[in-house]
Write a new protein. Structure first.
Length: 160
C-alpha cells in the first residue's frame, strides 16, 4: 500500500498544513505511525511520534525534548477525511486534547475551544457531539488501565 499524503487541519486557528516532513514508519488498515519534528520550534518540544487510529476519533503522540528526553503522551481528538483517488488524509483536530504524563497524571485541555468554535459557528453541533464522544471513549480507555493499547503501535515501531 503506497504511503498516503497527510494534512493537519486546525479549526482554531484555521489552517490546513501539508505534513511534508513527517515520515511514515508503519501503516496498515487500522493505523499510521509517523515520526516528526515540530513545525514551529517550542521551548521543550522538539520531536515525536504519532499514531493515527483510522477507525477511532483520536491520534496519540509521544513527545520528546531535543535531547530525546520523554515529555508526555499527547492525545488529539480528531476526525479523518480520506480521499482514495488522491491517497490523502486530512486530519481535522477537533480541539479537545488529553495529556498523559510519565507519572500517570491525566489532564484534559482545550475544552473551552469547543465552546468558542460552536459559538463562532466554526463547528456544527454534530461535530461538537462527535468530539465529546471521542473524548469520552479515550478517557474510558485511559481510566480503565488500557492506555497501553494505544501506545503499542508507537512502542513497536521504536523497538524495531
Amino acid at each position: 500500500m503506497p504511503a498516503p499524503i497527510l494534512y493537519r487541519k486546525r479549526i482554531i486557528p484555521e489552517e490546513c498544513i501539508l505534513l511534508k516532513d513527517d515520515k511514515i514508519l508503519y501503516q496498515d488498515e487500522q493505523v499510521i505511525v509517523t515520526g516528526w519534528q515540530t513545525l514551529k520550534p517550542k521551548k521543550d518540544l522538539h520531536h515525536g511520534y504519532s499514531c493515527y487510529f483510522l477507525k477511532e476519533g483520536c491520534k496519540v503522540s509521544k513527545f520528546y525534548k531535543e535531547d530525546d528526553t520523554f515529555l508526555f503522551w499527547y492525545c488529539d481528538i480528531v476526525e479523518y477525511d480520506y480521499d482514495a483517488a488522491a491517497n490523502t488524509y486530512v486530519v481535522t483536530d477537533l480541539l479537545a486534547d488529553v495529556i498523559v504524563y510519565p507519572d500517570g497524571f491525566v489532564k484534559v485541555v482545550d475544552i473551552d475551544e469547543l465552546v468558542t468554535a460552536l459559538n463562532e459557528k466554526l463547528i456544527s453541533e454534530d461535530t461538537l457531539k462527535k468530539s465529546l464522544l471521542s473524548l469520552s471513549n479515550l478517557l474510558e480507555i485511559i481510566y480503565s488501565g488500557n492506555f497501553h493499547k494505544l501506545q503499542t503501535p508507537i512502542e513497536q515501531v521504536l523497538s524495531s
